[in-house]
Design a protein around this ligand. Structure first.
Ligand code: FES
Ligand code: FE2
Length: 470
């Protein structure tokens, strides 16, 4: 590797910084929003084959996926005993099943007779009877027999329980790990549990869930959501209220990183002349998922009138603080504007991205497809349930095919149109990576540090430094 130049990575977009904004917001920002955690990790190009080759996908399947905690479901997907979720990833299929004592088991979703998947859709069942010949297992994975036991005497002393994966739970998320042993979920997620103490996702339920097949590698797709600077060219309509290049890009250890993107401020790329603070709010309302035909401003906390001398951020912060406190059933007086307005987009290696803050939180997940050229992206929105009230069951997942558009999921509001702008790039990124002559991908030193950390961690799994020993 080339010698690292310590001066690289120190530059930031001229003008207002994220921490300047935090200092001018209406409440003191918590330390988790102000303590920078960046270091330069080098500027070496990445090999394009990481995104296109079956060989690299195989290394991921063998050396990475079995050893990480995979976000497999949310608690509200399977609230009652007997509820189960089919979770499929990286060539494996799992049944996550709620037990009578409230625990969750993850069992291989493969019949131990001749291999049929036991279930192909989520549901509720006390036992899993294979639809081919009727081998049967309890919801805890214990073997319960088959219709012709006289012909299977040789299995009487075999271990016929469904193989299990480890399960861990945190703030409503259910994780599995295929290979036993390794860091606990708290160790794996650190420092996320500390950061999310403020924004507990355990108080939330899934109110929107849309998944879509995408014609691009799962890492290409994930990385389109790891930086905000493509807003300038890909999503120009949101520059009016997005601090696209005054964001913060931080990472911790191997697994966690964040991009804090301020909203309710004019992009530094736009000429501020003649653009009032009210204009910022008006554009925000128009494009930020609130531009449907039957839009009613009376119920929209974003529809604020900015008093003279006040910033759009402060006015939005005040309105949203009241609205979200109502929803949560507790005071949000301590919440600073950023926690009510901004995109606080965390990533957990390898494919889980929960947003922080007190607003309804977006959660992304990216799963590799059957070839390196496709993936499935899932988007959830979590809403806070009023304190003391039970968490309702999740809405069912709305699954879109490859040939469908995000805008065909009307529940996403204006977000669907923004995702479609991303989709306008991704298949052509994938094709371009295949077509690349020099086979190199170059990254920004600051705004793409999350990608750099991601690939560094991936390399640690592939080399055996993490996970399976080489
Ligand atoms: S394959 Fe399942 S019972 Fe035969
Ligand atoms: Fe985008």
């Amino acid at each position: 590797m080339a010698e690292m130049d310590p001066a690289l990575g120190q530059d930031r977009c001229p003008g207002t910084s994220w921490n300047d904004l935090m200092a001018s917001d209406s409440r003191p920002a918590p330390a988790i929003l102000t303590e920078e955690s960046y270091s330069y990790l080098g500027s070496e190009p990445l090999d394009a084959a990481r995104y296109t080759s079956e060989e690299f996908a195989r290394l991921e399947r063998e050396r990475m996926w079995p050893y990480v905690w995979q976000y497999a479901a949310r608690e509200e997907d399977l609230p009652e005993a007997g509820d189960f979720v089919v979770y499929e990833n990286a060539g494996r299929s799992w049944l996550l099943s709620r037990q009578d004592d409230g625990s969750i088991k993850a069992m291989a979703n493969v019949c131990l007779h001749r291999g049929r998947k036991l279930r192909t859709e989520d549901g509720t069942a006390d036992s899993f009877i294979c639809p081919f010949h009727g081998f049967q297992w309890g919801k805890d994975g214990t073997y319960q027999g088959n219709p012709c036991p006289w012909d299977f005497k040789h299995l009487e002393n075999e271990d016929m329980a469904l193989p299990e994966a480890e399960v861990a739970r945190w703030q409503g998320y259910v994780f599995i790990r295929e290979a036993k042993g390794g860091p606990s979920i708290e160790e794996f997620l650190a420092p996320l549990p500390e950061h999310f103490k403020r924004w507990n996702h355990g108080e939330c339920t899934t109110v929107i869930c849309v998944a879509k097949e995408v014609a691009a590698n799962w890492k290409v797709t994930a990385e389109a959501f790891m930086e905000a600077w493509h807003t300038l060219v890909t999503h120009p309509q949101i520059l009016a209220f997005t601090g696209d290049c005054n964001g913060a890009y931080w990472f911790w250890g191997d697994n966690i990183n964040v991009n804090h993107v301020p909203f309710g401020v004019l992009s530094p790329h736009l000429d501020p002349d003649g653009k009032s603070q009210q204009w910022i709010v008006d554009e925000f309302i128009k494009y930020n998922g609130r531009s449907s035909d039957n839009y009613d401003p009376s119920g929209d906390p974003y529809a604020v009138q900015v008093p003279d001398g006040m910033t759009a951020r402060a006015a939005l912060g005040a309105a949203l603080r009241t609205a979200y406190a109502e929803q949560a059933g507790y005071s949000l007086d301590h919440a600073t504007d950023a926690e009510l307005i901004d995109a606080l987009v965390y990533n957990v290696f390898p494919n889980f991205a929960p947003w922080g803050g007190f607003m309804p939180n977006i959660v992304y997940r990216w799963l590799p497809g059957k070839t390196p050229d496709t993936c499935v992206m899932e988007v959830r929105v979590l809403a806070r349930i009023k304190q003391g009230e039970p968490i309702p069951r999740a809405v069912p997942r709305n699954t879109l095919r490859l040939d469908q558009k995000w805008t065909e999921a009307p529940e996403l509001g204006g977000l669907g149109a923004v995702f479609e702008q991303d989709m306008d790039n991704l298949p052509f990124v994938q094709e371009g990576l295949h077509a690349s002559v020099n086979g190199k991908v170059h990254l920004a030193n600051y705004q793409e540090i999350r990608l750099r950390q991601f690939h560094r961690t991936m390399d640690k799994y592939i080399s055996g430094e993490l996970g399976k020993k080489a």
